[in-house]
Design a protein around this ligand. Structure first.
Ligand code: OGA
Ligand code: NI
Length: 358
């Protein structure tokens, strides 16, 4: 990626105005209590310390849809190792990376924007699933019950790439379950209320590489979007570029890199489960002309057969009727994967399509 190709230039409405605000920022939450306290069987009334933490998670999820966590239990050296080998991987010649390129059959592996018709985003990517193989529907067709397995594609070099990625994702998987339990408690539900939905989870990890961009005011690393997932647990390096749309006034707020922290955001699935108590918030990535940037989102997703709908406990026919019709996660996921491939400028499937009009 050298000179900016006209195809990358964002439509006027999507252009970054680069006015992201530094002040305030998303809440920072210390999870050190989790290393000494179990959430299982925990009751919201006691002990006080956990209920304070649950309260922090509730306010951050409600007010921002985003927060950062520190003292989360993921060892910094696991993260360092995956960051180092990811950088080595992206440095190999394109012909090598193409050997593990994703295609219409296997959505996992390497891709860059030029080669997947995705001319919107100034980045290259490597995707792998946490459970390998992962089972998803064969096609997005609602009546087609057939399933298929998708398997990770690993490059020969760097030699410890696969090990580093696998070890890292197991640690982040543990953290994701703890966050899910905290979120469940924050609705006044038992800690493990959501866990059954994740028995054969379809979570995946994305290694993002954003090269320096010669015209950062004309392109974005990732255009504005919401994550269709349950939760995202993102590691970003010290360069910065992630911006979150503040709910109160729609300003783009920069997410300040904090060493070894993770940025957490509530995705569309939690928005539906919670019947809009929490909202999945828009975010984007701006690029710069000086420094390349790396980030690693872990997208925490339920099993393909889970039907997503507002939780019974959070619905009340009279006062809080369900705001969404149910949808099948696997079908939604495969429709989305396919539309990424086939028809970029056609509207993607969104939870709004399942909204019950009021
Ligand atoms: C994403 C995303 C943010 C980042 O991949 O969905 O929002 O900082 N990434 O890379
Ligand atoms: Ni995102």
């Amino acid at each position: 990626m050298g000179e900016i190709d006209p195809a990358f230039i964002q439509a006027i409405e999507h252009r970054p105005n680069l006015s992201g605000v530094e002040a305030g920022g998303i809440p920072l939450i210390d999870l050190s209590l989790l290393s000494t306290h179990s959430l299982e069987g925990y009751c919201i009334d006691h002990p006080q310390t956990i209920s304070d933490l649950v309260e922090e998670i509730a306010s951050a999820s409600k007010d921002w849809g985003f927060f950062q966590v520190i003292n989360h239990g993921v060892q910094p050296d696991l993260r360092r190792r995956v960051e180092t080998t990811a950088k080595e991987f992206f440095d190999v010649p394109l012909e090598e990376k193409r050997k593990v390129m994703r295609d219409e059959v296997n959505p996992l592996g390497y891709y860059d924007s030029e080669h997947t018709k995705n001319v919107r985003d100034w980045k290259e990517v490597f995707d792998f699933t946490v459970d390998d193989p992962t089972v998803i529907p064969l096609t997005p067709e609602p009546d087609d019950q057939r399933l298929r397995q998708i398997s990770n594609q690993w490059p020969d070099y760097p030699t410890d790439f696969r090990d580093a990625c696998e070890e890292y994702c197991r640690a982040v998987e543990k953290l994701s379950f703890k966050l899910l339990e905290l979120i469940s408690l924050s609705f006044g539900l038992p800690a493990k209320r959501f866990n059954d939905f994740f028995k054969d989870h379809t979570s995946f990890v994305r290694l993002n590489h954003y090269p320096p961009c010669p015209s950062p005011h004309l392109a974005l690393g990732v255009t504005r979007h919401k994550d269709a997932v349950a939760l995202t647990v993102l590691a970003q390096d010290d360069v910065g570029g992630l911006e979150v749309k503040r709910k109160t006034d729609g300003e783009w707020i920069k997410v300040k890199p904090i060493p070894d922290s993770f940025v957490i955001n509530v995705g569309d699935i939690i928005q539906v489960w919670s019947n809009d108590r929490y909202e999945s918030v828009e975010h984007r990535v701006v690029v710069n002309s000086e420094r390349e940037r790396f980030s690693i989102p872990f997208f925490f997703n339920p099993s393909h057969y889970v039907m997503i709908k507002p939780l019974e406990e959070l619905v009340d026919e009279e006062k809080q009727p369900a705001k969404y019709k149910e949808y099948n996660w696997g079908k939604f996921f495969s429709t989305k994967k396919l539309s990424n491939f086939k028809k970029l400028y056609v509207e993607n499937i969104q939870i709004i399509h399942f909204k019950i009009s009021e």
